[in-house]
Design a protein around this ligand. Structure first.
Ligand code: FE
Ligand code: FE
Ligand code: FE
Length: 164
């Protein structure tokens, strides 16, 4: 793929999110273990399971695209996960920990939403309808997770942080 066209952009971005999802699936259990609110713990655990399915969808997208599933270092997700680890560390035992964890998890979801939104459109343009559908399914899961996290912040985590 010598030409730097839409196809090569799609390929690079697919490798980027594949790398990112495999980092996320490893980071989520640590975040779930750290969470104090049972609803937040459950949400992070559920999303870890969903993420396994998302990785499988990406493998299917690589197959449709005719390339082997391969990751490419994503410095953005490494930084976002590192910030989450800082919160886990620095707010350990503090009432504000859950609010911090929600914010860290939402940074992950927002990065994913950006990537899947773009990839879905590019897949459509490249005539890969089935790939676009798979990417859209994951995009919906990321949106739903983000909405649930906002709800948990509004209903409990932020007040708990503020009351302290
Ligand atoms: Fe994901
Ligand atoms: Fe990236
Ligand atoms: Fe996600």
């Amino acid at each position: 793929m010598a030409e730097k066209n839409l196809e090569s952009l799609f390929h690079d971005t697919l490798k980027d999110i594949y790398y990112a999802e495999r980092k996320i699936v490893k980071a989520l259990p640590k975040m779930a273990r750290g969470a104090k609110l049972p609803e937040l713990k459950a949400a992070l655990e559920k999303h870890r399971e969903e993420t396994e399915g998302q990785i499988e969808r990406l493998q299917q997208v690589f197959e449709i695209f005719g390339k082997r599933a391969q990751g490419k270092t994503c410095p953005a997700i490494e930084g976002i996960i590192e910030e989450g680890e800082e919160i886990l560390d620095e707010f350990k035992g503090a009432p504000a920990l859950d609010a911090g964890l929600v914010s860290a998890a939402q940074a992950v979801e927002h990065y994913e939403i950006a990537r899947y939104g773009t990839l879905k459109r590019w897949a459509e343009m490249l005539g890969m309808k089935d790939a676009a559908k798979l990417l859209d399914q994951t995009l919906s899961e990321e949106y739903k997770t983000d909405e649930l996290l906002t709800k948990l912040a509004d209903q409990a985590a932020n007040q708990k942080a503020q009351a302290a």
